[in-house]
Design a protein around this ligand. Structure first.
Ligand code: MF3
Ligand code: CO
Length: 249
């Protein structure tokens, strides 16, 4: 069931997402060769608690950390550890907040030092695909319009979209209906309506779209060991079109 949100509720979801955006921005500023992913996790948690907000992922389905840190061939749900970041890595930072009854959720992919041309192109293509998807998040459009916009941009660049994970509605729960695949057909799927709030999150692979989950039960990796990138925004559908609630300045 898709829950429509009032303008007042959208403001509350915006508040949670602004915390997410600000914290992601601060964590991005810490990214350098030599830092561990556990340090990033601890700092993200500290920043959230300082604001009186709750890290949304910690304890969610048993996930033990506040931040997801997915490096190189890790697609999503990479777990912070004593892994040391090295120049040439790319890292996806995925963070969520629960504040006064509402969730925020966003992700960015960040280069560590100098990275390959392929890594730059993969990251920029993924972010562009997210923005193309957001453009379609308009009342009267269909869910498939978002999915197709993402897929077309990714495949035109020679990359592939992950099938096994999807975006989602967000609000009083972290994951609400509808599920938002990053592949699909224009004109198909549910009709989009004013008051929907959608976490759109393309996960894009350099090679095959196939992924597997490691024995830790969380970390999703590409089966060919090639790179993966991930960007996510929480977006409200308003009378005036899509509004990005997790805008990072
Ligand atoms: N942004 C991700 C999602 O929407 C993060 C969830 S990680 C989890 O699924 F640990 F909370 F599951
Ligand atoms: Co999400």
């Amino acid at each position: 069931m898709v829950v429509l949100k009032s303008p007042e509720e959208i403001e509350k979801i915006r508040k949670s997402n602004i915390f997410v955006a600000d914290i992601l921005n601060e964590i991005r500023g810490m990214i350098r060769p030599g830092i561990t992913t556990a340090e990033l996790d601890r700092h993200s948690e500290k920043l959230a608690l300082k604001e009186g907000a709750k890290p949304a992922f910690k304890g969610y389905m048993g996930y033990p950390f506040s931040l997801c840190t997915s490096v190189n061939s890790e697609v999503v749900h990479g777990m912070p550890s004593d892994r040391v970041l090295q120049a040439g890595d790319i890292i996806s930072l995925d963070f969520g907040i629960y504040y006064k009854g509402y969730y925020g959720d966003a992700a960015i992919t960040v280069p560590v030092g100098e990275v390959s041309d392929t890594a730059v192109k993969l990251s920029s293509t993924t972010e562009e695909a997210l923005y193309n998807g957001i453009e379609e998040a308009r009342a009267g459009n269909r869910l498939g319009d978002i999915s197709a916009a993402v897929q077309e941009h990714v495949e035109a660049a020679g990359f592939s979209v992950v099938r096994d994970f999807v975006g989602h509605g967000i609000g009083k729960s972290l994951h609400e209906d509808p599920q938002i695949p990053n592949f699909g057909v224009r004109g198909r799927g549910i009709e989009l309506k004013v008051g929907m709030v959608l976490a759109i999150e393309p996960m894009v692979n350099e090679g095959t779209y196939k992924v597997k989950v490691l024995s830790d039960g969380w970390t999703a990796v590409t089966t060919d060991g090639k790179l993966s990138a991930h960007f996510e925004h929480s977006v409200a559908i308003t009378e005036d079109g899509p509004v990005i609630l997790s805008k990072i300045d």
